[in-house]
Design a protein. Structure first.
Length: 586
């Protein structure tokens, strides 16, 4: 193999890695955040967690990306460590899809079907379709599809180039001698781990191994330790992402590491014991791209199947590595000590304890949103971080309260107690959704800060009025809930109707400014997103007020309760609607 062959191999490797990066990025864009939301809403069922982890990884073609995503969720408090374990296991299974796609380069045969399945046949077609979509597609979705197809085509072309460049190495004794070193399992594991750690992708490192298999110098016995090492090496990405994160995120990264290390040890021990006892004939056979994909899949499915019953053990091992601090323990005990299962036998008392926690959650939610709104004109990293911390804590409140109230609902409750439990569950969900909108406001503020965007004078005035109306409805709703003040709760819906009017007017006025060139499209997108978040907050406040009123009038329907007013109530509603309309007129 001369210098030109080396250059060809390097070029093929570069194209391969670039194509994998482009394809992965395109697939993540195509998901539009849906995959993240699926993972966020994950239940604690470990089997569902494994299936979701495998499915998400198969879609985005990167176990590292899935694991890093999970580390981020645990760091933010969205997900518990117990939920993360199953997803990490599934991610290892999902990543095997890539190696099977890459094994298509090794197909042999002269039939039209086999030849069309070869990347050399379909890659140019996909590349052509991809470039046409990318260049001429008017929608972002078409451009992203084009990006995915081009990335896949470049990946396959790079794989072919690498395979063709290394084929002459089969006749080079020095290269064959180097490969004999990998017959030592420890060296094979080390080589696989280092390669994957360097390029930060187990899929890519397996692909490189599949390309090298074109030399015919690898056997099943030599590639098994390398593939196992590649699974250990992929843990580096998650370990790096956990640097600077909280202890929960660090524990998640260690779960990923322990899962692969324990799986490697178990697989190697069983493999070599079985080989010694039964003398596996395939260990000395030459392995191709499809064989490597098979070994990769067998190992990951084996490890997941064996360790799935021991998810709690992996969790405990992570806690042994990074013990729970006194601060963590104190925080958990102080806040949620009232959710004692012994109180379930006294439902009325248990409901009151839950109500006190939901009230705390309500105040935290209101404070988070009212802290987020001023960031649009006076951005501060400290204030933004405060909103994020509050939202993370609110998510924990929701998780703990929902679990406790679900247990309480299964008790022998009176009709009124059952209504109160249902009302609390609905209310805490709406409070949690409001905190999510607070995060959306922060993200828009950060976007404006980063790109130095400012609303026009008229746009700023309108958003200030809109903001004051939202502040009013949040204060009314929170106070009504905490004090259980039905009269105050009845003032929420007229204000919500006025906010709907404000929302329509803000969008209508923005369109007029856009046509006159007084506002940019980018600012318009920010304003539209903010208006939507504000309007949704008002909707959630209305829901909470209605839940409170339903406890007094069980026949009240959530979406048509204004139609059920008597003459006096209708007159009072109209009076308040007129009053709020004048107060917040644009």
């Amino acid at each position: 193999m001369d210098i030109f062959g080396v250059l060809t191999m390097i070029g093929g490797l570069a194209l391969f890695l670039y194509g994998m990066s482009v394809m992965g990025a395109g697939l993540e864009k195509m998901s539009g955040g849906k995959l993240e939301r699926i993972l966020e809403n994950l239940t604690s069922n470990p089997i569902k967690a494994v299936l979701l982890g495998a499915g998400v990884t198969a879609v985005i073609q990167s176990s590292s990306a899935t694991t890093v995503m999970v580390v981020g969720f645990v760091n933010s408090g969205i997900m518990k460590l117990s939920q993360a374990v199953g997803i990490i296991m599934g991610a290892n299974v999902g990543t095997t899809i890539t190696s099977w796609l890459l094994s298509l380069t090794g197909l042999q045969g002269d039939s039209i079907l086999i030849r069309m399945l070869k990347p050399s046949s379909f890659s140019p077609i996909l590349a052509l379709i991809g470039i046409v979509l990318f260049m001429s597609g008017k929608s972002d979705r078409k451009k992203v599809v084009g990006e995915i197809l081009m990335g896949f085509s470049v990946l396959m072309f790079g794989m072919q180039t690498m395979s063709g460049a290394v084929e002459p190495l089969a006749d080079v004794p020095e290269f064959t001698n180097i490969l004999t070193m990998f017959q030592n399992p420890l060296l094979g594991i080390l080589a696989g781990a280092v390669l994957t750690a360097v390029i930060q992708s187990s899929s890519a490192s397996v692909g490189i191994l599949q390309a090298l298999s074109a030399t015919g110098a690898f056997t099943y016995g030599s590639v098994i330790p390398i593939i196992l090492g590649q699974n250990i090496g992929t843990c580096v990405t998650a370990m790096i992402s956990a640097v600077g994160a909280n202890k929960g995120a660090k524990r998640t990264a260690f779960v990923h590491l322990y899962f692969n290390v324990i799986g490697t040890v178990l697989f190697l021990v069983l493999f070599y014991i079985g080989n010694a006892a039964f003398a596996f004939g395939f260990t000395d056979e030459t392995v191709g791209a499809a064989g490597i994909a098979l070994v990769h899949s067998v190992f990951n499915i084996f490890t997941t199947a064996v360790l799935l019953p021991f998810t709690k053990g992996l969790e405990k091992l992570a806690y042994l590595t990074i013990p729970k601090t006194e601060d963590e323990k104190a925080q958990e005990v102080d806040v949620f000590a009232v959710l004692d299962e012994r109180f379930l036998g006294s439902p009325a008392f248990a409901i009151e304890q839950c109500r006190s926690l939901v009230s705390q959650m309500a105040e935290m939610t209101r404070d988070a949103f009212l802290t987020a709104m001023p960031l649009l004109t006076d951005y501060s990293d400290e204030a933004a971080e405060d909103v994020i911390k509050k939202e993370n804590m609110i998510d924990i409140y929701e998780d703990r309260l929902t679990g406790y109230l679900t247990k309480l609902r299964s008790e022998n409750l009176s009709y009124q107690d059952s209504l109160q439990v249902t009302s609390l569950m609905h209310s805490l969900t709406d409070f949690e959704r409001i905190s999510d909108h607070a995060i959306n406001v922060v993200e828009n503020a950060q976007r404006m800060q980063k790109k130095e965007l400012e609303f026009s004078k008229k746009g700023r005035e309108e958003m200030d009025i809109y903001g004051r109306a939202i502040e009013d409805i949040l204060n009314r709703t929170t106070a009504a809930f905490i004090k259980n003040d039905i009269r105050l709760a009845k003032t929420v819906e007229p204000l919500e109707e006025v906010i709907d009017d404000i929302n329509r007017d803000v969008k209508k006025h923005h369109i007029k400014r856009l046509r006159k060139g007084k506002c940019t499209i980018e600012l318009g997108l920010v304003l539209s997103d903010l208006a939507m978040n504000y309007e949704r907050v008002a909707d959630h406040c209305s829901n909470i007020a209605v839940y409170m009123m339903q406890l007094k009038d069980t026949g009240l329907e959530e979406h048509s309760f204004t139609d059920q007013f008597d003459a006096d109530e209708t007159a009072e509603f109209n009076r308040l609607y007129q009053k709020f309309g004048e107060r917040y007129r644009l």
